[in-house]
Design a protein around this ligand. Structure first.
Ligand code: UDP
Length: 238
């Protein structure tokens, strides 16, 4: 079963917070190593892996602008934060002997390669894990939108959104004991019910290009591999 993955190419979205682990800020190396191990398992069964990393563990443009900073400057800082996270993730992957490249939507000569779709697709085929950093390269977007955009561009089979909860709920399961988990959802349902899984830009984009999204709990060991081999983890939006 494990030799026959359902998905050949995935786009994994890791939020900045997912890298924080137990730390109050920044990056928890233990978490990076665990994520690297799970990505190694995917590579082991031949899955091509693209990753988009968030930056919320370091900076978010919106929070900075609420504190008085110019929004666009804040967004630039947020995008730079995703590059730092990408470098940390690459480091952990390479220490686990997984070949990895980081590309960036913003050119940063000497640190990361500029994003190039055709090159990225070729490297994916050659077995490199590709980390796409700096979001979309534009302010007023999020890394969720970047993940959906890159997922569509590289022709991934699915966008996998790693979260700390076990899928999409009708309301916040931490606050509302009657919250119900959805197994599947339509794009329009997500929009109508304002479920807040991803920002609306990301949902609209995936809807227009029929790109399925699976929201799952990355802190559950083995969940990622289970999805690949056809397991029913979290919530599927399609
Ligand atoms: N960001 C941006 N454009 C993008 C992606 C991200 O301006 O295409 C900025 C934005 O300020 C965002 C920050 O980078 O708040 C970090 O990304 P995000 O909040 O999506 O990270 P996550 O919540 O996934 O950790």
């Amino acid at each position: 079963k494990e030799k026959n993955p359902n998905y050949k190419r995935i786009l994994l979205k890791l939020s900045g917070e997912a890298l924080m682990g137990e730390e109050p800020f920044g990056i928890d190396p233990k978490i990076l190593n665990r994520i690297a191990l799970e990505i190694g398992q995917l590579r082991g069964i031949g899955v091509e892996v693209g990753i988009v990393i968030g930056g919320g563990n370091l900076f978010r443009g919106q929070a900075l602008s609420q504190a008085g900073m110019d929004r666009v400057t804040g967004d630039h800082m947020g995008m730079l934060a995703t590059v730092m996270n990408a470098l940390a993730m690459r480091d952990a992957l390479e220490r686990a002997n997984i070949r990895t490249r980081v590309m960036s939507a913003i050119t940063m000569t000497g640190i990361v390669e500029p994003y190039d779709r055709r090159r990225a697709m070729r490297l994916l085929k050659e077995g490199e894990v590709m980390i796409f950093s700096a979001g979309t390269g534009n302010p007023f977007f999020t890394t969720d939108s970047a993940a959906c955009l890159r997922g569509i561009e590289i022709d991934a089979d699915v966008v996998l959104k790693a979260t700390k909860v076990d899928g999409v709920y009708s309301s916040d399961p931490m606050k509302d004991p009657s919250a119900m988990k959805y197994d599947t959802l339509g794009y329009d349902e997500v929009l109508e019910k304002q479920l807040g899984v991803m920002d609306l830009t990301a949902i609209c984009l995936t809807r227009d290009h029929s790109m399925p999204i699976r929201v799952f709990n990355m802190s559950k060991p083995g969940a990622l591999v289970n999805i690949i081999v056809g397991g029913n983890e979290g919530t599927l939006i399609k």
